[in-house]
Design a protein around this ligand. Structure first.
Ligand code: EPU
Length: 339
């Protein structure tokens, strides 16, 4: 089924809560619908300005979108292969990401639990390479199924072909805008494997039995204590990526700021939390107009009510300048700017 709407409000489709419109908004429920749409859009030229969205949890609209927004309603979660140790689950791009995590945990399948409560949908998980608490979705992706925008052909990418890196994939770089993800096949373990070394997860789990449910609950609790609920205050989670810097640069900064938190990347590079640097610049809890820096996690920019995309971009730019001036480090948005 294909649903088409003109001059459609995107308020319910972006977690920043921007009250903007799309010239055209189309939802589809099957891969065949999507293929039919893409053929039609290529014929009319409507594919010239097109944006495929998931839950809209990583988007910042500068204003109304003068093109066509596509949103997948492809649903379903099915086991497509299974061994004694492993299960492969094929999930529709339009499923809510956290519903898939809950489903995996309820079946006692391991691998998705650290990524609990991340907003957004399954298709976007594979494009953004979502990550939290020491896990990245690439670690459990087996295949990504997609349709090529130009030809409407179905393709399948194995995990290596997706060129995953921290918050990066081929779908955000070389193939940006060229494919629409329809399904993701995740590979989960039936045997217990826990990763609870990140941050304060271990402390939150102290005294509780180590179970999938408890890890999921702990991740949800830590997230909700730090991150604003987009239903209450518009935001897109981490606004910036954590920069990776050469070790020499890190060592110089560490001499000046001995408490600087950091994560080892490899022998030559170190990742520094952008949130910490923004906090050190005094931005936590401050605002520029109706756009603000969250008071519990400086990596998150928030819509204090009625902010425009331009206002949030202006705040982001000012924060970037301040971080550059104080630490000599460029930080870049994880959020996708749309104009
Ligand atoms: N910190 C501060 N002040 C702040 C924020 C952070 O000092 O205002 C310090 C913390 O004390 C900690 C360090 O910076 O020492 C890192 O903070 P945190 O553990 O909260 O994680 P993060 O690096 O800020 C990343 C992800 C989050 C993910 C968390 C937990 C990115 C861009 N962000 O944030 O992802 O939930 O780790 O794994 O990598 C998202 O992408 O939307 C997201 C929320």
């Amino acid at each position: 089924m294909i649903h088409r709407y003109n001059d459609h409000s995107l308020l319910a489709h972006n977690t920043f809560g921007m009250n903007v419109k799309a010239k055209s908004f189309i939802e589809y429920t099957t891969v065949d619908d999507l293929k039919e749409l893409l053929v039609e859009m290529a014929r009319t030229g409507e594919n010239q300005k097109m944006l495929s969205i998931g839950g809209g949890s990583n988007l910042l609209f500068a204003g109304d979108f003068q093109g066509t927004v596509l949103h997948s309603l492809i649903k379903g979660m099915e086991v497509c292969r299974e061994t004694d140790e492993t299960v492969w689950v094929r999930v529709g791009a339009g499923e809510v990401w956290d519903d898939f995590v809950a489903y995996s945990v309820s079946h006692q399948w391991y691998g998705a639990e650290n990524l609990s409560a991340i907003p957004g949908e399954v298709g976007a998980s594979a494009i953004q390479n979502i990550g939290a608490y020491g896990a990245e979705v690439k670690d459990i992706i087996s295949q990504v199924e997609a349709v090529e925008v130009e030809t409407a052909q179905i393709c399948s990418f194995n995990v290596g072909e997706c060129k995953y890196a921290y918050r990066q994939s081929i779908f955000k770089k070389e193939l940006k805008g060229k494919y629409i993800v329809t399904h993701v096949i995740y590979k989960l373990s039936k045997n217990p494997v826990f990763h609870i070394d990140y941050g304060n997860l271990k402390a939150v789990l102290e005294g509780k039995p180590l179970t999938l449910e408890n890890v999921r609950n702990a991740v949800c609790a830590v997230r909700s204590s730090k991150l604003p609920d987009p239903k209450v205050m518009g935001n897109a989670g981490s606004f910036f990526m954590n920069p990776v810097v050469p070790r020499e640069q890190f060592l110089k900064l560490q001499a000046e700021y001995p408490s600087m938190p950091h994560y080892e990347v490899d022998e030559n590079s170190v990742k520094i939390p952008a949130g910490w640097m923004i906090d050190q610049c005094g931005w936590k809890g401050r605002a520029l107009g109706k756009a603000g820096v969250h008071d519990k996690q400086a990596l998150v920019l928030v819509n204090l009510g009625g902010a425009t995309g331009q206002e949030v971009m202006q705040l982001a730019y000012t924060v970037q300048q301040d971080v550059k001036q104080k630490f000599g480090i460029d930080i870049f948005p994880e959020v996708n700017y749309i104009d």
